[in-house]
Design a protein around this ligand. Sequence first.
Ligand SMILES: [Zn+2]
Length: 254
Amino acid sequence: MLYFRELCRAGGGAIDACEMTRALLRGEDAVGYCCVRPSGHHAEPDRAMGFCLFDNVAVAAAMAIEDLGLKRVMVLDWDVHHGNGTAEIFRRRDDVLFFSIHQSPLYPGSGAATDLGSGPGEGYTVNLPVPPGSGEEIWLSLVEHIVVPIAESFGPELILISAGFDGHREDLLAGCNLEASSFAQMTCHVRDLARRLGVPLGAVQEGGYHLGSLVESLLATMAALGGEGKARGAAAAEALTPRAAATVAPYWPL
Ligand SMILES: [Zn+2]
């Protein structure tokens, strides 16, 4: 049974994500964090799924385009599960560039590297699955060598992060080995990207089910958003990174 209160809370999360986005685009701040529950990235256009009722980050991205007139928005989803809802919502669109780094195999089972979107949106969905046990070097390598250069080619006017922290090694919903500092490092790379492009950056809370590591990761991410820390380079020789580069090569210069 879906309680009305939960539905209101979920709707409020989407509204909060929009309010944060509006404030960023008014120039009130360069970065923002939207701390909402329930998470949103599994919700598809016509159904709730995987704890998610409304896709908060997708509502914010669509609002930025339809209400505020943006032409290009980028979403990076680093929750450990594939952001299937966001991917479906923008599957056929070329005005939202969607990246998802996620463990595979894992719920919901979608997000193969070969799924690059469809129709006019082909190439604008970039799925970056990683095997169980993947740690900071792999995730950072994908952010630094795949996400950042593609984003620079795309030229987004707004960057949104679907910030899930269930890739933390203490989170039992998956088997990745990230630390709080790993999320801070990914944030540093995206923060520096946003600065180079001169565009606002907003993060929207997704999953994270081990409360201690969730809080630690969230605080580390917010500190990096606020300017703390320096992005470090990751080894480009990681086997997954060249494979991912080859998959997107028909669409993006890398
Ligand atoms: Zn998740």
